[in-house]
Design a protein around this ligand. Sequence first.
Ligand SMILES: NC(=O)c1ccc[n+]([C@@H]2O[C@H](COP(=O)([O-])OP(=O)(O)OC[C@H]3O[C@@H](n4cnc5c(N)ncnc54)[C@H](O)[C@@H]3O)[C@@H](O)[C@H]2O)c1
Length: 401
Amino acid sequence: MSECCVNRSAGQWDSLLSAETLGLVLSSDQRIARSVGELPQLLEATGARRVLVVCDRDALLASGRQSAFQAALKAVAAEFFESFTPNPRSEDAANAARMAAAHQADCIVAFGGGSCLDVAKIAALAGSRPDLAETLARGERLDDADPLPLIAIPTTSGTGSEATHFAAIYVEGRKVSVAHPQLRPQAIVLDVALHQAMPGNLAAVTGLDALAQAMESLWAVSSNERSIQYAQAAGKLIAKHLEPSVLQGTVEHRLGMMIGSHLAGQAINISRTTAAHALSYQFTQLFGLSHGHAVALTLGHVATANAGVCEATCCDHRGPDHVRSHVEDAAALLSVKPEGLPGYLRDLLGRLGLASTLREAGVGSAALSELASQVDPVRLGNNPRRLTNADLESLLVNACG
Ligand SMILES: NC(=O)c1ccc[n+]([C@@H]2O[C@H](COP(=O)([O-])OP(=O)(O)OC[C@H]3O[C@@H](n4cnc5c(N)ncnc54)[C@H](O)[C@@H]3O)[C@@H](O)[C@H]2O)c1
């Protein structure tokens, strides 16, 4: 892609986003650049001289931006780490951390989707202590970390991981989510040209993750005024742009999703996610479903369960009325009532070319009881309605279709 196209896509922010949305994005404490061509300024501001690039090679090749990316790194000594896969393991992060130490890196740049960003986050957190990377990925000895600055360049829209202080990594076959303030990148590049490179299926599944994050953030126990502001702005953009970003893929819609998913990341950075995310990890681990698809398959059913909250089942100190009204706000993003969400989302998944029930996605009813009993209680604790095993099982039966 020529530099002229890059500059044009950066300028599209001003013409395609409202002043209010733009203001919200730019109010971040993170330094934000609008194209890979601006990476040298971010590196300079970080004082970077020797950089480990944790790179999703497939994303870079798909973008056609190899030479622009190499040019943006020419003022620093850059080493590339590319040995990881989707659903990355703690060993991948440890290998990246060891390479960073061997290269005497003073900064890490992550170029790729959420999996790449999570590998880079743990490697950056370990910093001069690569021996600790696997321990840190388990969420242990976090005080002993010696972090390096991290610049994130997301290529999916998406996880919003560029805005969060979490990393999700498989440790001994189990997904662990680590939280640490230094996991939040100092600087980010939101370059719509990279997001335009996503094939439709990837735009669909990552966009559904962003939709779920915006909606779950609205009803999360840990939400506050700021996260609700982010989640509302994110949800409006995602509701408008998700389907056309997949079916048409124009720059306007890909930009809307890139910004929407980023704002959803800012929202969950404060509020964290709830039951739909908590349930999803096993669908990925045991049945190979992509992350966003796995979350979307129960999202509507979680919403209807949460709409049925009462005093006795409410975990949010703001009470059941607060919860119900925020579940309604979440459903209203898609112009439906909470009870209409399961049907709406089932139809949406179908239009996006995805299996629209757990059964269609290969999760048979025989597995549901076991799945309901294995949900991580910590993640479930942020859901505003207390859900028993029996509640979870009946929710999964409904999601099975
Ligand atoms: N840390 C956080 O805050 C956070 C939040 C949500 C999700 N996550 C994690 O992120 C992971 C999911 O990330 P994801 O959905 O971005 O997918 P991903 O990073 O796993 O990538 C999926 C596939 O898409 C390819 N790809 C990426 N960008 C591309 C592009 N522009 N063009 C073509 N191909 C491209 C990758 O090579 C890969 O094969 C999960 O492990 C999830 O748990 C982390």
